[in-house]
Design a protein around this ligand. Sequence first.
Ligand SMILES: [Zn+2]
Length: 92
Amino acid sequence: MRITCPLCGARDHREFTYRGAALAVPALDAGEAAWDAHVHLRDNPAGPHEELWQHSMGCGAWLKVRRNTATHEMLDVMLAEDAELAVPGEAS
Ligand SMILES: [Zn+2]
């Protein structure tokens, strides 16, 4: 599996560290339900899934990756700082 870092180009996935689902962090005053959803509720799709990866053995950039979990096909990669993150419980 190869991931194309926007800064470094295509690299082996072993240069990257998976950092979890690409989810927005609720505001501090968002309430118990929003924080419960953020901490405990995760989708487990067999198909496209948005994830955060870090090019930890490269430039260090955080990336938002859209990956098909069934085939491991990389559908989209962008710098996380340029991406909008999904809110748990809301359709993306
Ligand atoms: Zn990189």
